[in-house]
Design a protein around this ligand. Structure first.
Ligand SMILES: *[C@@H]1O[C@H](CO)[C@@H](O)[C@H](O)[C@H]1NC(C)=O
Ligand SMILES: *[C@@H]1O[C@H](CO)[C@@H](O)[C@H](O)[C@H]1NC(C)=O
Length: 323
């Protein structure tokens, strides 16, 4: 069928592109054009909310921000791992303004409670939607939602939507969403947002969620001119999440993977550099540059109607489980 041929085409083109650009050597090539002074900023007095901040790219991002004097709010699921990561970040940065908030991003109820309570008690200048989930078997949350979708798409949607009023009150507010180049293999499919049809494929579900995050970023940008929105691809990085959820990819690619700091570089740049906000809001970035959100000839564009349907479904689910 057209759909399955297109899927093979997209995956093949994407993988070849990835070998060139998403690896460590891809990063090193791109980094020759980075302006080092872009990250030479004092973040004292600015407040950053980072989800999934206790490991991998999230932790590397939190560390870079703490190093520059920013106040870091780590939003994490596991208390022990979060506290251990926090202690390390404080020790390296000598910055005491690092706080842990325990939230399971797959729980609509918990995300709402956190967002409402947080915005009553704290300022937020920058939200970094980094937490991600790639379960390989179809699993439901306590609220009966498919877990990848609940974490990656709905959790991101609720947290961002709930923090927008606070962000609008801040100076130079930004929202950075850590998506993935894997989204290039997917076209938005609003007919099966929770993967109820056919054989479940965790990698595909994740990539579909990452496509949704890119679309949400475009939508938020057009609706909230005061805030700078961006999504990004970290490249293929050597993180515990990649090792755990894609073991065969990890084994094959390990020597070519980026470090966590390389994976975090563009997120940090988007979150802190004055140069980033000179770029239009709503774009998708790779190695500090806005890049295309579709592969050539890949038929992955969605219609405005489909995108509005995504937003309508998310709004319904967000309200349905609001405490
Ligand atoms: C950053 O700014 C704060 C407040 O203006 C100041 O106290 C601090 O010394 C600055 N840090 C550096 C490394 O310049
Ligand atoms: C609400 O915020 C306060 C202050 O930040 C905190 O002490 C409290 O534990 C929070 N409550 C919940 C339910 O998160």
């Amino acid at each position: 069928t057209f759909v399955s041929k297109m899927s093979i085409y997209r995956n093949a083109v994407w993988f070849v592109k990835g070998l060139q650009e998403y690896t460590k050597s891809g990063y090193e090539t791109a980094a020759k054009h980075f302006a080092p002074e872009d990250l030479d900023v004092n973040l004292s007095g600015r407040s950053f909310v980072i989800t999934g901040a206790n490991s991998g790219i999230g932790k590397a991002t939190a560390q870079e921000i703490a190093n520059r004097g920013g106040t870091v709010h780590m939003v994490c699921r596991n208390k022990d791992r979060a506290e251990a990561a926090k202690d390390e970040i404080v020790e390296w940065s000598k910055n005491q303004n690092v706080y842990v908030h325990i939230v399971d991003m797959s729980s609509v109820k918990q995300v709402w409670e956190f967002a409402q309570n947080f915005s009553q008690n704290n300022a937020v200048h920058v939200l970094i939607n980094n937490a991600g989930c790639m379960v390989s078997q179809r699993e439901l949350t306590e609220e009966g939602l498919e877990k990848n979708f609940a974490t990656n798409t709905l959790g991101t949607y609720i947290l961002t939507t709930a923090l927008i009023p606070s962000l609008k009150k801040a100076k130079d507010p930004r929202v950075v969403t850590v998506s993935s180049g894997g989204m290039l293999t997917q076209k938005l499919n609003t007919d099966d947002l929770q993967f109820e049809k056919g054989t479940f494929d965790g990698t595909m579900a994740y990539a579909q969620n990452k496509r949704q995050q890119v679309i949400l970023t475009e939508r938020w940008a057009s609706q909230n001119k005061e805030i700078h929105f961006s999504s990004m691809h970290p490249g293929w990085a050597d993180t515990p999440a990649v090792q755990l959820s894609m073991p065969s990819f990890y084994a094959k690619m390990q020597s070519r993977l980026r470090t966590e700091a390389m994976g975090a570089d563009t997120t940090v740049w988007l979150a802190v550099s004055p140069a980033a906000v000179n770029q239009p809001s709503g774009l998708f970035f790779q190695d500090r540059k806005a890049v295309a959100t579709h592969l050539p000839l890949a038929s992955s564009r969605s219609s405005p109607q489909e995108e509005e349907k995504l937003l309508a479904v998310l709004e319904d689910l967000a309200l349905k489980f609001k405490p």
